[in-house]
Design a protein around this ligand. Structure first.
Ligand code: PGA
Length: 249
């Protein structure tokens, strides 16, 4: 049985005080123990938020990571730095990184290699543009993103891979993929994991959905057979909304 995962991607939001207050509000909820809840604050708040969540079952992830372990990469953060903040999960390949920071499949492959070699868990994001979907190219696009960065990983690494399907046209736009569209893509992803690896890995990998998930649509999306939770942007900045989404999973 795959555990449901609800991850909040705070993106570039919140002062330290705002983040602490958001965490304090979340800690007042009594979330079911069988749901994995993950919060991804900015790099500067990893230690702070991790410390605040020490005695809770909420985990912390970083939003990004560099592929090198150290060196002359001004402004970048390595896996060992993230780990020394007590955090061992990272989001990789978010469409905002791919689009605004030119992260290519090749760069992402290096980041995935580094994270998995360092025994970190990754939430690897894939997603198509509206034009891909309109031209019927969305399945090929997702397949190619997976082939280039994660389908070359050894079987053993799959225990540390979570896939997030995030159609770009649904991120921060208020437009959500329909439950059927989400289920169709998640099943496609599970099937190609099975083709490239085996049924057991395909059945155990968590595939979560991101793109304008809110309290009003969470239940319909999360109840789909191959949807194992969500990666939540905007709605994760409000404790009531995020809690309602966790409780809908
Ligand atoms: P959104 O963002 O929920 O604000 O659409 C999702 C994401 O970017 O992970």
């Amino acid at each position: 049985m795959r555990k449901k995962i609800i991850a909040g991607n705070w993106k570039m939001n919140n002062s330290n005080a705002e983040s602490v207050s958001l965490i304090q509000s979340l800690l007042k909820y009594n979330f079911a123990k069988d749901i994995r809840i993950i919060i991804a604050p900015s790099f500067t708040q990893l230690s702070l938020i991790n410390e605040k969540l020490q005695n809770s079952n909420i985990e912390v992830a970083s939003q990004n990571m560099h592929f090198a372990d150290n060196g002359a990469y001004t402004g970048e953060i390595s896996s060992s730095m993230i780990k020394s903040s007590g955090v061992s999960i990272t989001i990789l390949g978010h469409s905002e990184r791919r689009t605004f920071f030119n992260e290519t499949d090749e760069i992402l492959k290096e980041k995935v290699d580094r994270a998995l070699n360092e025994n970190m868990e990754i939430i690897f994001c894939v997603g198509e543009q509206l034009s891909d979907r309109k031209s019927g190219n969305h399945f090929d696009h997702i397949k190619s993103q997976l082939e280039k960065a994660v389908f070359n990983q050894p079987d053993i690494s799959w225990k540390n891979i979570i896939i997030a399907y995030e159609p770009i046209w649904a991120i921060g736009t208020g437009e959500t993929a329909s439950p059927n569209q989400v289920q169709e893509m998640h099943l496609f992803i599970r099937n190609i994991v099975s083709e490239n690896y085996n049924k057991s890995i395909a059945n155990s990998v968590s595939i979560i959905y991101g793109g304008s998930v809110k309290p009003s649509n969470a239940k319909d999306i999360f109840s789909q057979l191959d949807v194992d939770g969500g990666l939540i942007g905007g709605a994760s900045l409000n404790s009531n909304d995020f809690a309602a989404i966790v409780n809908a999973s």
